[in-house]
Design a protein around this ligand. Structure first.
Ligand code: FES
Length: 278
């Protein structure tokens, strides 16, 4: 059982949670994740480790309440406990030095981008961050990102803050082939695919942090299978970061969609039982 020390709403459905996890706090590196089960009978969900605090022996995660289990998690408040929490899992992000690095994040992926941008900066890279949100109300971790990146630009779908449009359009308007040596992208699958397609001939390395369906997080269940460069890889143990220019994003989107109907049924059942103490 892991005690929740702090819970804060960053946006209407996005919560930040600081959780006591002394062993993970000592070991985690940028790009790694945890798998949690908010309650004893919940499903497991993966969440990226966003930050940590050595004094409080805690880690921070950000959760968007969209499905049954993410809603259960986001509903927990400071003082409650998380039933299971395992990590750090996955390979850390590959962080070189002395490069011009473009970090791109969309939606709740912006939270996952933060430790990666911070690590690039700490290793002497010049970091520019491009972040996307639906509206100004959904912009998260702005202050932290401004400290982590040398330059931060926002795009919002409705133009309520920063550039009016998405991250891909922002990228096309401000960067050209040769401007950056390396890039990191995390967010919705269509966004990662579009950024990979747009930069394929730019001569820069682009890493994507993938978010397929995960069940056990240990390479045993096959749920997180992805195809990279024609080879089968498992995001939980071989990733979550892969060469974005080699990822089969269409297959990944199909596999994620395969569970959508089931997830909707579970969510509807859960909504029906609210108020019945279940
Ligand atoms: S989550 Fe089961 S193999 Fe990756």
């Amino acid at each position: 059982m892991n005690l929740i020390l702090r819970k804060e709403w960053l946006a209407p459905d996005i919560a930040l949670m600081e959780v006591e996890a002394p062993r993970i706090e000592k070991r985690w590196l940028a790009g790694q994740f945890i798998i949690i089960r908010p309650g004893a009978h919940s499903e497991r969900i993966p969440l990226t480790i966003v930050d940590s605090n050595a004094e409080r022996q805690s880690i921070t995660m950000v959760v968007q309440a969209i499905g049954k289990t993410t809603r259960e998690t986001a509903a927990l408040d400071a003082g409650a406990h998380i039933a299971d929490l395992v990590g750090p899992l996955g390979e850390p992000a590959r962080i070189g030095s002395g490069a011009r690095v473009l970090c791109m994040g969309g939606g709740v992926g912006v939270a996952e981008l933060l430790p990666v941008a911070r690590a690039f900066r700490a290793h002497g890279n010049h970091v520019v961050a491009l972040c996307g949100a639906r509206t100004d109300a959904y912009r998260i971790l702005d202050g932290e990102l401004r400290k982590a990146a040398g330059d931060l630009k926002w795009a919002t779908d409705d133009g309520s803050y920063g550039f009016h449009g998405n991250v891909l359009q922002l990228l096309r308007g401000m960067a050209q082939p040769g401007d950056f040596d390396e890039g990191h992208v995390i967010g919705p699958i269509p966004m990662m695919k579009a950024v990979a397609d747009a930069t394929r001939d730019w001569g820069m390395k682009l890493h994507a942090s993938l978010n397929p369906v995960m069940i056990d997080g240990t390479g045993m269940c096959g749920g997180c299978r992805v195809t990279v460069g024609g080879e089968v890889r498992f995001a939980c143990v071989d990733g979550p970061e892969f060469d974005a220019h080699l990822v089969d994003f269409d297959e990944m989107a199909r596999r994620n969609r395969a569970y959508r109907e089931h997830e909707k049924t579970i969510l509807d059942k859960h909504a029906c039982r609210l108020g019945l103490s279940q």
